[in-house]
Design a protein around this ligand. Structure first.
Ligand SMILES: [Zn+2]
Length: 235
């Protein structure tokens, strides 16, 4: 599992060698060596599942957040629901990646998604992550409807936050930060997509590869459900 950003295993091993230990959000105290590994799944559940297997091999547990209402994937499709169950069954945490822009009444929208997720996956939502947080939520330190979110000060401002958003460590690689040198607590946001395609040049090249792969998967799906289209699939 690697891309133009490097090897994902090497990133995790780097943290381990420096004395970091992965924890979940509700275990965070801000103490030295704490590492919260967070995954916002913006594009593809299978890639998230692949990432969780790589983490298992390294003994790392992470928290995965899934969109409920995305044009990128359906979390309740048969394959995706099995992937999410599998991630959870192997000891990772799963929850909602909430997009408040869908709703005029953000609280009501969140409660609907929470009820849906909890009833379908049988997992309580105790912390959630906001997709492209607007200013309201980014500056909001309070939980939403009693549920903590990843942009609260204790996770976002009081400890070092590092993200690979847009496929770049735009504010510096985590290993080059001052906090790293002192093994200070860190919150690491990793989007699985950016680490999944070897021999890619950059983020745009990687997205081209992803789009092609998804198109192939969709073509296979259409062929499976419409016999005449099977002539399109190379044998
Ligand atoms: Zn997102």
């Amino acid at each position: 599992m690697e891309s133009y950003l490097g090897k994902y295993a090497a990133l995790l091993q780097g943290f381990a060698f420096n004395g970091y230990r992965p924890i979940f959000f509700d275990q965070a105290t801000g103490a030295t060596g704490e590492l919260i590994v967070r995954h916002d799944v913006d594009f593809d559940v299978k890639l998230a599942h692949d990432m969780s297997l790589a983490e298992d091999a390294l003994g790392v547990k992470a928290t995965y957040f899934f969109l409920m209402r995305s044009d990128s994937y359906n979390p309740f499709s048969r394959a995706n629901a099995e992937y999410i169950h599998s991630i959870h069954a192997r000891g990772h945490r799963v929850s909602i990646h909430f997009d408040p822009t869908h709703y005029e009444n953000v609280e009501q929208g969140f409660l609907e998604e929470k009820a849906l997720f909890e009833s379908y996956f049988g997992v309580p939502v105790t912390v959630m992550s906001v997709h492209r947080p607007n200013d309201f939520l980014k500056n909001c330190d309070a939980p939403l409807c009693g549920v903590e979110h990843t942009y609260q000060n204790k996770y976002f401002k009081d400890i070092k936050y590092v993200s690979d958003s847009q496929g770049l460590f735009r504010f510096g690689h985590p290993f080059e930060t001052e906090e790293w040198k002192q093994t200070k607590a860190m919150h690491l946001l990793i989007h699985p997509l950016w680490w999944m395609y070897p021999n890619t040049k950059d983020n745009v090249d990687l997205l081209d590869r992803f789009v092609t792969e998804r198109a192939n998967r969709f073509q296979a799906h259409v062929a499976e459900n419409c016999i005449p289209y099977r002539t399109r699939i190379p044998s």
